[in-house]
Design a protein around this ligand. Structure first.
Ligand code: C2E
Ligand code: MG
Ligand code: MG
Length: 843
């Protein structure tokens, strides 16, 4: 069940319980107070009734006394009309006299021996009536006869006269009489006139409390009966007197003085009457009497001077119930109204709680569904307001957390698929991409080109300039590649080191080749490394899908092999994979092993490239360049195996081989020439690590071959000058002393400072071919070449340009005072015989 329903139900149940408890409490309280009220009312009524009774009693006493006096007057009248002896009086005389005097009857009492007896009477029942048993009445008669004032407590005493209280006639208990007794000593009898029944009771009826009691009974709703009990006699059965052969209860002994006693319950009522009187408290009980549910209450009236009595009330209990029911109904109605109000209020209240809770729950559900960062506004300052603020905070935190997570996931994903240095996609990326491209290509018959690119002599650059510069250069190269490839539909990645793979999609084989060519040229442009510029070549291998293979891995291996082929051809070029050429991947170890063997077997060859005086067109010398055409590997470019030789310690034996062969060869040619030619041999930078060894070796070879040292030139790269400096300088100085010239090869690609160069015992600067190649037809891009020429001039060093391929380059160099040149324009490096032929021609 929802809280929204629970709260009103709970409230309602609670209120219902409270109301039931309250109603019950009120019901019983009301009942009690109603009863108390009734009892109080009864007390008041009783008081009122008691006044009436008292009044009536007093009134009737008064009337009775008047009647008593009236009877005395009548007695005197009777005496005057009768003879003094009763023996002379007739009953008839009495009847007539009574009639005349308007009296009910007249009796004459006379003394007998031990009694006072009715001797003559208008009432035949009275004749012969003994009074001996009559108690104080008899005492009163005796006192009258004795002519003493009557001293009995009851009745009215006057001179020679006494009037008894109204009493049942013992001669005839069906009647109630008021008697007067007169004796003044002139007669032998007491004159006894009396009023009977109505004549007496009329007063009682007219002035007594019965009327008032009836009025009260009729007027007061629910009062069924009102009774004035005589507590002395009520329920007491032995009160009957037996006089003159009759049985009756004396007036004063009547159990009920006034009112009726229809709802009889004598035994119980007697107990209550006694108890009420004893405690002087109202006593009441409920019972069903005469088939009616009644409540009886007994109110004691304790008269100080007079006799006490008890007033009994009989109430209709159903009326009390009716009252109570009425009360209950009123309560229930007000409760109902209250309940409705509570229900409404609790609905509003529960709504005010559950509605925002429902909103919060929805909000939290949304958060649980991942909708972070959503805010909920709830203008409350209570706990719910705090809760919403916290939930919002949580949502915000989760959003930040998830955003962070997403971005870090993106970073991780990026890192997983990208190269940290260049931010280019990495090997993993390219493999997945290639697989995707193959799927697309299969559906659309596209051609995929895989270009494997490797920077020429990057190791050399890295070693000589340091890794930092190497990294910077790789970054710049990657930007160059990206720059050019923006126009093409392709993806570029860095495989590691100086290797890049480019995938082309839906480009024809011709377009790919054209693009690769442009790429190599673009990479070939100078790179600005802050203080200096550098030129790099690159070798690219291309393989096509599905032309060369449909195997993804093989596709990359093919491109790699083609790249090696490009390297073998001197680098700075591209080669398309040719399945007929070699299926063998040229592994470094394989090359190293083969090279070692080639050196041992002396199967390496030395080619000679002429150095020209371009102004005169004369050959002035030759650069010895090693060539290796392996039986198994085929032609391998020095650009490929020289770095391997440098790494594997083979460079020194290789050098010795080339030096010896070149000196012997040149000596042979020089023997034929008038103007002797110089021979230049390349020395690797690593050889200066063991400078001593190098110097000794050169000395030995010079000695062995008897080659004039002044005709020997050693070409060392600029970077060699920078490593192991003191020893290098020492070695150079020794060479200098020997007369061996030193030429700084590939000059301009390193970073030699002017002051440093000045200190070195060097003879020639050899402008790197990249600066020559860049010289355009109208002399543009020639600044570096020009700068180097000027530098050489100022340092008083010889200058030679290598890599001269075009006539305009030659012309430019001549114009700028660089007459010595080397390059394809004059000749490629030639096999000894070929060079010999050239020499012959040149003489
Ligand atoms: P290097 O010493 O700068 O040699 C000149 C390179 O330029 C040679 O390449 C040569 O064939 C090439 N060349 C000459 N003129 C032109 C031209 O007009 N255009 C073009 N594109 N290239 C031209 P090669 O023989 O492939 O040698 C490459 C490098 O290998 C040499 O550069 C040198 O550093 C190294 N090397 C060659 N032989 C030896 C050697 O016996 N010992 C050592 N230590 N290094 C060698
Ligand atoms: Mg060289
Ligand atoms: Mg060079």
């Amino acid at each position: 069940m929802s809280i929204k329903k629970k709260i009103p139900i709970l409230f309602t149940i609670l209120v219902l319980l409270i109301l039931i408890a309250n109603n019950m409490h009120h019901f019983f309280r009301a009942k009690n107070s109603l009863l108390e009220n009734y009892d109080r009312e009864i007390s008041l009524l009783a008081q009122q009734v008691s006044y009436q009774v008292e009044n009536a009693k007093n009134g009737s006493q008064y009337v009775e006394n008047i009647v008593g006096r009236e009877l005395r007057t009548a007695s005197i009248a009777i005496q005057n009309n009768l003879p003094p002896r009763h023996e002379d009086v007739t009953n008839e005389q009495l009847v007539a006299l009574a009639k005349e005097l308007n009296i009910s009857h007249i009796t004459l009492l006379a003394k007998t021996e031990d009694d006072i007896v009715g001797v003559k009477s208008s009432d035949p029942h009275e004749i012969g009536l003994s009074t001996k048993e009559w108690g104080y009445w008899y005492d009163a008669f005796q006192q009258l006869f004795a002519r003493k004032p009557v001293t009995v407590e009851e009745g009215l005493t006057l001179k020679d006269y006494w009037s008894g209280p109204i009493e049942i006639a013992s001669s005839n208990p069906d009647h109630t009489d008021k008697w007067g007794y007169y004796y003044d000593g002139t007669t032998n009898y007491i004159i006894d006139p009396y009023f009977r029944d109505n004549e007496i009771l009329e007063y009682e009826e007219r002035f007594g409390p019965t009327n008032i009691m009836e009025q009260v009974t009729n007027q007061l709703e629910g009062v069924l009966e009102l009774t004035v009990f005589n507590p002395d006699s009520f329920g007491n059965e032995e009160l009957e007197v037996h006089l003159n052969g009759n049985s009756f209860i004396r007036i004063s002994e009547q159990p009920i003085w006034y009112g009726s006693y229809d709802y009889e319950n004598t035994a119980k009522d007697q107990k209550y009457i006694q108890s009420a009187l004893a405690t002087n408290e109202v006593k009441s009980y409920n019972e069903i009497i005469n088939g009616k549910d009644v409540r009886k209450a007994f109110v004691p009236i304790n008269e100080q001077n007079d006799e006490s009595y008890v007033i009994g009330f009989v109430y209709d209990n159903t009326m009390i119930d009716r009252e109570l029911n009425k009360e209950l109904k009123a309560y229930l109605f007000s409760s109902l109204v209250f309940m409705i109000v509570v229900l409404c209020f609790s609905f509003i209240f529960s709504n005010s709680i559950t509605k925002p809770i429902a909103r919060i729950v929805d909000h939290v559900n949304e958060i649980a569904q991942g909708k972070f960062g959503k805010m909920l506004t709830l203008n409350r300052k209570d706990e719910l307001g705090h809760l919403v603020a916290n939930v919002n905070e949580l949502s915000r935190d989760l959003k930040t957390y998830v955003d962070d997570l997403k971005s870090s996931q993106e970073v991780i994903k990026f890192q997983a698929y990208h190269d940290p240095l260049t931010s280019l996609p990495n090997r993993r990326f390219i493999q997945e991409k290639l697989s995707d491209l193959i799927n697309v290509a299969n559906q659309n018959n596209h051609v995929i080109g895989v270009i494997f690119m490797d920077i020429d002599r990057f190791k050399h650059i890295n070693d000589s300039m340091g890794h930092k510069t190497g990294d910077l250069l790789i970054k710049l190269i990657s930007e160059r590649i990206k720059e050019l490839l923006t126009d093409y539909n392709c993806v570029v990645s860095r495989q590691g080191g100086d290797e890049f793979i480019i995938l082309t999609e839906n480009l024809s084989e011709e377009q790919v080749k054209e693009m690769t060519n442009k790429l190599i040229l673009h990479v070939r442009k100078p790179f600005d490394l802050g203080e200096r510029e550098i030129y790099v070549g690159s070798s690219c291998g291309i393989s096509f899908y599905p032309h060369h293979t449909t195997n993804m891995d093989q596709l990359i291996i093919n491109a790699d092999m083609a790249m090696y082929a490009a390297k073998k051809q001197g680098g700075n070029r591209f080669v398309v994979y040719n399945p007929n050429e070699s299926n063998v991947s040229l592994e470094r170890i394989e090359i190293e092993a083969s090279l070692r063997k080639a050196i041992e077997d002396e199967v390496l060859d030395v080619y000679y490239q002429p150095k020209m005086n371009a102004a005169s067109g004369k050959i002035i010398g030759a650069e010895a360049l090693v060539r290796w055409n392996d039986v198994k590997l085929g032609f391998v470019s020095p650009a490929v195996f020289i770095p391997i030789a440098e790494d594997s310690g083979l460079i020194q034996p290789l050098f010795e081989f080339v030096l010896r062969k070149a000196m012997i060869q040149m000596k042979e040619w020089n023997d034929l020439l008038d103007e002797k030619l110089t021979v230049s041999v390349n020395v690797s930078a690593v050889q200066f690590m063991e400078a001593r060894n190098l110097v000794d070796c050169v000395k030995i070879k010079l000695n062995d071959t008897q080659f004039p040292p002044e005709l020997l030139e050693l070409e060392i790269t600029e970077s060699a000058l920078l490593n192991n400096m003191s020893e290098t300088i020492e070695a150079l100085e020794e060479f200098n002393q020997l007369g061996v010239s030193i030429s700084v090869d590939d000059f301009g690609t390193g970073y030699s400072s002017l002051s440093y160069l000045q200190k070195l015992p060097i003879n020639t600067l050899k402008i790197d071919q990249s600066f020559i190649k860049s010289i355009g037809e109208n002399g543009n891009n020639s600044e570096i070449a020009e700068g180097i020429i000027n530098l050489a001039r100022s340092l008083k060093l010889d200058i030679i340009a290598e890599g001269v391929e075009e006539e305009h380059q030659k012309q430019y160099l001549i114009r700028n005072g660089c007459h010595l040149m080397q390059g394809y324009l004059f000749s490629k490096p030639l096999e000894a015989n070929e060079f010999h032929k050239l020499l012959v021609q040149n003489i």
